[in-house]
Write a protein that binds this ligand. Structure first.
Ligand code: ATP
Ligand code: LTN
Length: 334
């Protein structure tokens, strides 16, 4: 029987802080579900993190923790290629080439650049500006068909498509043009204390981390911003009730219940019942992940085997694309 070649999936997260519920529901959950169906590559985007100043020891620690957490979230290293971006030099190499096929004006339009340069006014470095080019290299090196990310990264996958099409237009079909894969629910989790802004590790208040202990999670949900409605208060209205809508989204994503079912479940009940129910659903999901990640993080030898093997497998695929690109643009080969 002819073997059908699996489509390829690739994504990464910066180890610039601890993983949180937004990363998990917006990205990782969708990765883990697709292990069997796709040929999967997932990495720690450590090169990207230095666009913002990092403490070197902390960065090393977080990169390893993140690997342990990926595995604990269900990414089996035998079935997924798990690696650190900086261990595969082809990422930096292709990034330089693609810099020369990306327009200054295109990069100026990126919302993440605008946001981050606003936030880090004292360090608006060139890397922050060319961040999407490195991300394009990450994706195109692996000829990825799909890139599962949260909504905030869609623009970066779109610029990747533009760069790939431009390059292909000159040199023929070198790159697969990737498609972003945005989850229907969970794509945008908002901060519990600031339900207008996405949950983000750079705003620890109202951010639920994967490694939070159950009581910490319960406390965070208890303090979650809702509104002063009494009576019928658990219903979905993103505009008028952003805090409640966010909690409903979290609860729905974790339990698979629809908004109508949730509204029914909490009919006649107040936030005093609703918030703890959401907290418990989160605790139930995160507890085994936290326990497994804590166990793995102690096993440094295992983790280093995983990233060594991951870097080898990733390099093999990445170098084939890089060498094709080098040939196309006219570099002599050894
Ligand atoms: P930062 O604080 O630096 O902005 P972050 O916490 O937003 O970081 P990223 O490393 O930018 O996290 O994101 C990693 C992945 O998780 C991406 O696919 C992103 O789209 C997704 N993601 C991040 N935050 C959320 C969120 N609040 N809701 C859904 N998905 C998210
Ligand atoms: N920019 C992404 C992380 C990232 C990524 C990638 C995601 C770097 N390279 C390639 C998907 C594919 C972020 O900040 N979340």
């Amino acid at each position: 029987m002819e073997e059908v070649k699996k489509k390829r999936m690739l994504s990464g997260i910066q180890p610039s802080g601890d993983l949180h519920l937004g990363n998990y529901l917006g990205a990782i959950v969708n990765w883990a579900e697709r292990t069997e169906e796709y040929d999967c590559f997932y990495f720690m985007a450590d090169l990207h993190t230095i666009t913002v100043r990092q403490d070197p020891a902390e960065l090393r620690k977080r990169s390893l923790n993140q690997l342990a957490q990926y595995i604990a979230c269900g990414l089996d290293p035998e079935k997924n290629v798990l690696f650190l971006q900086s261990m595969v030099p082809a990422h930096s190499q292709l990034s330089w080439v693609l810099n020369c096929y990306t327009m200054f004006g295109e990069l100026q339009r990126m919302t993440q650049f605008k946001d981050k340069s606003e936030k880090h006014r004292d360090n608006i470095n060139a890397g922050l500006f060319t961040y999407p080019v490195l991300m394009a290299a990450d994706i195109l090196l692996y000829q990825a068909d799909f890139v599962p990310v949260g909504e905030d990264q869609k623009q970066h996958v779109e610029i990747t498509r533009d760069i790939a099409e431009r390059f292909n237009g000159i040199y023929g079909d070198v790159f697969k043009v990737p498609t972003p894969l945005i989850a229907k629910t969970g794509a945008r989790i908002y901060g519990l204390s600031t339900p207008e802004d996405k949950m983000s590790k750079s705003v620890p208040d109202g951010c639920v981390f994967l490694m939070d202990e159950p009581d910490v999670i319960r406390k965070k949900f208890k303090r979650a911003v809702t509104d002063s409605d009494t009576g019928r208060c658990v219903y979905y209205d993103r505009e008028k009730k952003p805090g409640v809508a966010n909690l409903m989204n979290i609860y729905s994503t974790l339990t698979g219940k629809t908004y109508e079912e949730i509204e029914k479940e909490f009919e006649g009940k107040g936030y005093g019942d609703f918030k703890p129910a959401v907290a418990e659903a989160v605790v139930e999901k995160l507890t085994p992940i936290r326990e497994e990640a804590s166990r793995l993080i102690k096993d440094k030898a295992y983790l280093s085997d995983v990233y060594k093997q991951g870097a080898e497998r990733a390099s093999y695929v990445a170098n084939r694309t890089l060498s094709k690109v080098y040939k196309k643009v006219g570099f002599l080969q050894i």
